[in-house]
Structure formats: C-alpha cells, structure tokens
Design a binder for this molecule. Structure first.
Ligand SMILES: [Zn+2]
Length: 471
C-alpha cells in the first residue's frame, strides 16, 4: 500500500519565527520600522544573499546571469545589485513559453511534494494571463505587508472591512482578506466588485452592518458615490466609514483624492503593489508619500532610456528585488512603473522608512508622439480636476491619411457631464492637456458613460487610458 502525504499548510511554516522575521502590526513599528539604517541594511543584505543563492539554482536566473558574465559569488552584497541584469514581464512571458506552463523561473516548486502552492496571475491584456506561484511564505508576507498598511491607515481588530475586490485570479482581494483575517483580527467582508455584489447592495450592507473601512479602487469609489446619490444614501451621514484603502493611479496634484475625500468625508489612502512582490508601498495618516516595506523589498529607480541607477527625487522605472520570495525569487524586476524615492526618515506617524511617491505613470504606456514622450495618464489631473467632466478620459492614437501624406494623430476623448453645456470646456481641456503632455493634441468631448467600454471602468482589471489604433 502506498501512502500519500499531504503538504499541510498549517505545519509548513514555523509561525513564531515567521512573525519575528516579518513582524505584523503593531510589532512592525517597534522592530523593522524602528531599526537604525545600518541594522536595516544588514538585514536586507542577509536576505538578499540568501535569495541570490536560491536564484543561482534556477535556470531562468542562472542562464541570464551567466550570459551576462556573472558567476556565483560575484555579487557579494547589495552594493553590487546594479551589476545584475534586470528583467521585465516580457522575460517572464518568454520563460513561460519556453518551459510551459509555469516557466523556468518557478517550475522547480512543483518538484517539491512538501510545498503547498497557490496560483495567481497578472491581469493579462493579450492572450493568457501570466501565472505566478505562491508558497506559504510568499502568501503570508504579502498579507503582512498589507496588514501594516491597513494598521497605518487606522484599521484595528474587529474593524468591519468591506473588500470590494473579487477573489479571483488576481491576488489583491485575497491579499486584503488574508491581511484582515490572519494578521489584523479585522472582520473581512468580501463583497467583491460591483459585478459580484451590486453597487446598491454594497451600500445597503455598509449602512446596515456598519462598515468602518473600505478597500476599493479609486474608480469604483466614484461609482459607489454616484449610486449612493441616485439611491438617496448620504455617504457622510448614513455610513460609519472611518477610512478608505485605495489605489489612486496617477494623482500627482491630488484631484482624485480630494474629490473622493470630499464625497466620502473620510481620509483616502493610496497604496502600491504588484502580485509578484506584494504591497511594497503604503500611505499612513500623514498622507505624505508611501512607506516602503523595506524588510521585504529593495527598490531601485532606473533611467527609462539608459537603465542607469538614479538617486532620490528623480523619476524613473521602479526595479524591485524581493527579499522574502523564494517561489519564485524576484531579483531586479523592472516593473516599468515610474516613481520617485525618498531617503529613510522618521515620519510623523512614528515609523522610520524610506518612502516613494505615488505612481507617476507607466513607461511602457509611453507614446512617442511627434518627438515627445507622452504619458496618457498624465491627463488624469487635468480631467479629474474639472467638475464639468465626469473625470473619465481615453487617449486615442491613430494614423490619418495615406502614404507620404499620412500622419499620426492623438485625440483625448473626455466625458462631459452635461453634453453641450459649456463651450469653454473644449478650450480649457486643450490647454490643460497640452501643458500635461508637453505637446498639443486634439480633444473630443463625449457624453458621460461612453468611454467605459474602452477603459474597462467598473470591471475587474485596471482602467485603461490608451487606445492605440496605429498599424
Ligand atoms: Zn508615516
């Protein structure tokens, strides 16, 4: 008789050691986030070198690094990080194509029968989404990261937390739930998106059951506010909301945050993460940049053109090295997300970390247009800052004419709240978007609600702001 042993989750992790290594709140504030710069650097370096040793065993890294002339032992610490070639999501996709279905960067995990695994994916835009495996440590550390964020934003045990993200192939909703349930003692209320629980029902549940915290995308908070307005529900008077954990996208001038805070009457906190490395940045009550989860990730900023490492305060691509992930290791992953970093300092909330800015755009969404680099999301501030619009817009790039007479054209479609109501809006949008893009583009005012089919607003994924019709 053969026996099969089950890789039980509960016994797969040394939990007290895990908590000491990655302290959840409130211990985080007294440990990692109170360390001296030297002590933190030493901790990061130890973890980094352990991840390097693991990564050298994995074909994806071994082949790339050998091809770049590296040998095991060449990288002796974090100071040598820049010598390691960065990779992008394209490289992960190639890895998956060459060693289906999970790729040479993580197939090894399947060979360990003692390892419980969870599978999540990226939001795929074309073809199948990109699968990522999680072992229990990867799974729980992302929840600890998230619990630290929720705590800094005011969440406490038995908080009724309404999570308006769907537990699906995307891991953010799972992450919010696991954080609340496993590491915060909050009551996790997984209503899912508006496709799972209608927006009206979401509001009714919040009103009747007393939701105190929300987890929701900025775009969905606008839909909920609109629904409340139509149903005669007063968000400030009828709900018990204390704070909102959100993702604001490019909101450098703070228009979206102000709009949401005015509407909901509570603080709205921005956060940043990806499914591979978890929630690496979160705002605290100070709302002054995002705290970095520094014991779980090392962040570098690279010049998008030259890949040169940039200093604090300069805008570039975020390149992240995970300090906790072994399945799969993530070493120098160029996310193509533009941000700025700030040196480690004591924050008014009481913790000491480096910080980074909110999300400033995606360098791979950048459109080369008449010798200018245009970031479609840069229009967000202009459009959302004007109450005559619904805040929704879509940047459309195409080609007009044929042969030698053809030329690239860019038009930003902007939803006008009341069609034809204000002839001055057209001019104001043209001027505002010209300033944001650094080049003049066309503006087309369209009726409210007509862009959702292109932007994906109200759906499950991230809202799209670029429609590229060029051949
Ligand atoms: Zn703070």
């Amino acid at each position: 008789m053969t026996s099969t042993s089950i890789p039980y989750y509960w016994s797969s992790v040394d939990w007290p050691a895990f908590m000491a290594d990655f302290p959840p709140p409130p211990h985080y504030a007294e440990h990692t986030a109170a360390m001296s710069d030297d002590a933190l650097h030493a901790l990061q370096e130890t973890r980094f070198l352990a991840r390097m040793t693991e990564a050298w065993q994995i074909p994806f890294y071994r082949d790339r690094w050998s091809a770049a002339g590296l040998e095991p032992g060449d990288v002796r610490g974090l100071d040598d990080l820049a010598a390691i070639p960065a990779f992008t999501s394209d490289d992960l996709r190639e890895s998956i194509e060459s060693a289906p279905p999970f790729g040479s960067h993580q197939a090894f995990a399947l060979a360990d029968p003692g390892l419980p695994l969870k599978l999540q994916t990226s939001g795929g835009t074309t073809g199948l989404p990109r699968p990522t495996l999680f072992d229990p440590v990867a799974w729980e550390v992302q929840a600890v990261q998230y619990a630290r964020a929720l705590w800094a934003q005011g969440a406490r045990p038995h908080e009724l937390l309404q999570i308006t993200l769907t537990n699906s192939l995307a891991n953010i909703a799972w992450c919010a739930h696991t954080a609340a349930f496993n590491w915060l003692g909050a009551i996790s209320m997984t209503t899912g998106s508006g496709l799972v629980t209608s927006s009206l029902r979401q509001l009714e549940l919040a009103r009747e059951w007393g939701t105190t915290g929300w987890v929701a995308f900025g775009e969905y908070l606008k839909i909920l506010a609109q629904t409340a307005d139509e149903a005669g529900i007063d968000l400030r008077r009828d709900l018990a909301t204390r704070f909102i954990h959100s993702y604001l996208g490019v909101d450098t001038a703070g228009h979206l945050r102000r709009l949401l805070e005015d509407t909901w009457g509570v603080p709205v906190y921005d956060n940043y993460g990806t499914h591979e490395v978890g929630l690496i940045g979160f705002e605290c009550a100070a709302q002054d940049g995002m705290h970095m989860n520094e014991d779980t990730a090392v962040v570098q900023i690279l010049d998008p053109q030259t890949d040169e490492v940039l200093g604090h305060g300069q805008t570039g691509n975020l390149v992240v090295t995970s300090l906790h992930r072994s399945v799969p290791p993530i070493i120098r992953y160029d996310l193509k997300d533009l941000i700025q970093t700030r040196a480690r300092a004591l924050c008014s909330c009481g913790i000491r970390t480096a910080k980074f800015s909110g999300f400033l755009g995606r360098s791979d969404e950048m459109v080369k247009f008449r010798a200018n680099n245009v970031f479609p999301r840069a229009a967000q501030d202009v459009v959302m800052g004007d109450e005559r619009t619904t805040g929704e817009f879509l940047c459309v790039v195409g080609v007009e004419g044929e042969g030698l007479g053809s030329r690239e054209v860019m038009t930003v479609r902007v939803e006008q709240r009341v069609p034809g109501s204000d002839p001055g809006l057209q001019k104001d949008m043209e001027n505002g978007i010209k300033a944001a893009f650094g080049t003049r583009v066309g503006v087309e005012l369209v009726p409210a609600g007509t862009l959702a089919e292109f932007t994906g607003l109200g759906g499950e994924g991230k809202v799209k702001r670029l429609l590229d019709l060029r051949p």
